[in-house]
Design a protein around this ligand. Structure first.
Ligand code: ADP
Ligand code: ADP
Length: 554
């Protein structure tokens, strides 16, 4: 027992019998035998029995260095060390860490020179943090005045154009949507004069077109300055990063950086789930992409049909074509923000009346909003007991939803203390637990790591198929959409002014229509079948555009 009345585990004495794991009622203990080759590579440890990080990447000019791994594996810790925010303690957590010891430790290694610069105190980092929602709490005033303050190199007009900031540059920061805040945060990070640049999840809340604009801006920056990126949208990451360190270990317990691989290989290895050189398996199953997904039988039964619909608000007008949603069908919904996707679904749900046109059947809808705010005071379990008691107690919900989404270990935690990714999965489970005919899930991939995204896609599909329910999933992550959807609805127009919606279409046709609007083409990777974004203007890009094959040629 420690001085604070909490249990300490003596790692020297532990023989790994495993009794304490079974005794502890909170699943708080894990015993992990670490591979011997990690000895000597420990960079940082958060206290006794705390999380350990092994090895560091080396940022370099001329390339975007990427980190790819699950949440809780130490990516933010790596960024904090490389930006000089924490001095690594090399595992000696009970003494003040010192740069002297760090330099001594890294002497003769690739990263020595970099660490020496960080330790000098003159090395300036520029960091785009993961959560941009907080920006409006830290800064007050107009976007333009914030950006002017950091525009040390007179690049504002260029960055403003690249990231398309003009429509909201004169707005107050507190009035911005998530996607706008994200772009302001990225612009500020790029503008700041620094020696090294870090971007922690630059794609959340952005549509795919904006994600690629961001990717291009970051790449341009990386030509001159060392740049490190953490990103979970694999299509965007593939397009953005040059060299990638996969991170593996045990979430919340320890994390190891693998040696860098070119991005294509790194993602393929990641999908396979096995690091051959290190002989480490980090996922039970391989993630596969089918070039021709098997069509399901849902087309036989229709949940609802709708006529062409029109909705007019004071300053926005939406028009959609006719269409239908089948029982058990998962419809992906793509399109820029503020083009009427949510308005459309609310019309289907009968929550708002169309200005013109009718919806064939009355259906009940369960909705997961894009922005998650936990106003509920209490634990996750209490939330479910209050909202969906009957479902919560069913075996189905416990195993197929909570366990599958990885929510079970968090049931007794306070909602207010959850991370973005944890809250996302709790909200997903709540949405799927409510009784309804149609599930509208708005941006479920935000703050989830790539593994969780794929697991979430699987959970949604199974839940719809098994229970004969239907879903409309709004998202911008192409891999996620590819895995989750049977068909696709495409929205477009002028955000905030007028929108149109078409479909649902069969996947390939939907993707083709959507990608044509944003002028992006995809090819399939030869080894894994995964979609890859073509470089704009490349031979393949031009050829596919000429043929009208925006989403992989068959
Ligand atoms: P990632 O960015 O990959 O999600 P982090 O670097 O944020 O991972 O965290 C890795 C682990 O380190 C987490 O499981 C967390 O529990 C632990 N950790 C992070 N910061 C601290 C801290 N200040 N004190 C103690 N533990 C921490
Ligand atoms: P999306 O889901 O594609 O982001 P929404 O359907 O939420 O788009 O919104 C489309 C546009 O309609 C936005 O400009 C929004 O401000 C406007 N809008 C949505 N609901 C209302 C309403 N009840 N009254 C007036 N305008 C609205």
């Amino acid at each position: 027992m420690g001085d604070d009345g909490k249990v300490i585990i003596s790692e020297e004495l532990c023989v790994g019998c495993g009794i304490c794991i079974h005794k502890c009622p909170f699943d708080a203990i894990r015993i992990i035998g670490l591979p011997e080759e990690l000895e000597g590579d420990l960079v940082h440890q958060y206290g006794e029995n705390g999380f350990r990080l092994y090895r560091l990447p080396r940022p370099r000019s001329g390339m975007v260095v990427g980190l790819l791994g699950p949440n809780g594996i130490g990516k933010t810790t790596v960024l904090s060390i490389l930006s000089g925010e924490i001095i690594p303690n090399l595992g000696v957590y009970d003494e003040e860490p010192s740069w002297e010891a760090v330099l001594d430790h890294f002497s003769g290694t690739e990263i020595y020179e970099y660490m020496e610069k960080v330790s000098s105190g003159e090395w300036k980092p520029s960091v785009k943090p993961q959560y941009v929602d907080k920006l409006s709490k830290v800064y007050k005033g107009k976007v333009s005045s914030l950006l002017k303050k950091v525009d040390h190199q007179n690049n504002l007009s260029e960055v403003k154009q690249q990231l398309e900031l003009s429509s909201f540059i004169d707005k107050d920061i507190s009035k911005l949507s998530g996607g706008e805040l994200q772009r302001v945060a990225i612009a500020a990070t790029i503008l700041k004069e620094a020696d090294v640049y870090f971007f922690d999840e630059p794609s959340s809340y952005l549509d795919i077109y904006q994600r690629l604009q961001v990717a291009k801006s970051v790449q341009k920056l990386a030509e001159e300055k060392p740049t490190v990126v953490v990103e979970h949208d694999l299509a965007v990451f593939d397009f953005l990063a040059t060299n990638v360190h996969l991170m593996y270990g045990s979430e919340g317990a320890y994390g190891v950086l693998s040696h860098p691989r070119p991005v294509r290989t790194a993602i393929n290895v990641y999908l396979r789930g096995f690091l051959r050189e290190e002989n480490v398996r980090f996922r039970e199953t391989e993630i596969r992409f089918e070039s021709h997904p098997p069509r399901k039988e849902w087309s036989k039964a229709t949940l609802l049909q709708f006529e062409p619909l029109k909705k007019r608000f004071k300053s926005f007008i939406l028009n959609t074509g006719e269409g239908s949603v089948g029982v058990g069908e998962v419809v992906g919904v793509v399109g820029p923000n503020a083009t009427g996707k949510t308005t459309f679904v609310k019309m289907l749900a009968g929550e708002i009346k169309p200005t013109a046109g009718t919806v064939g059947a009355e259906v009940t809808v369960s909705y997961k909003p894009q922005y998650l705010e936990s106003k509920f005071k209490g634990t996750v379990r209490e939330l479910y007991m209050t909202e969906i008691m009957e479902e919560f107690e069913s075996n189905y919900f416990q195993s197929e939803i909570l366990k599958s989404l990885g929510v079970s270990p968090h049931l007794d935690r306070e909602l207010l203390g959850l991370s973005g990714g944890e809250l996302q999965r709790v909200a997903m489970a709540l949405c799927l637990g409510r009784k309804a005919d149609l599930y509208l899930i708005d941006e479920p991939s935000a703050y989830l790591d790539s593994n969780q995204r794929m697991q979430t896609a699987k959970t949604i599909r199974r839940s719809m198929e098994k229970r004969g329910l239907s879903g409309l999933i709004v998202d911008h992550d192409v891999y996620f959409l590819d895995l989750v959807s049977d068909s696709l609805m495409v929205f477009g127009g002028e955000p905030g002014v007028k929108g149109f919606g078409e479909g649902p279409f069969e996947m390939r046709e939907g993707m083709n229509r959507f990608l044509k609007m944003v002028e992006i083409t995809f090819r399939r990777d030869n080894d894994t079948n995964r979609p890859r974004i073509n470089k704009s203007g490349s031979a393949l890009d031009r050829e596919q555009k000429a043929k009208g094959e925006y989403y992989y040629s068959a």
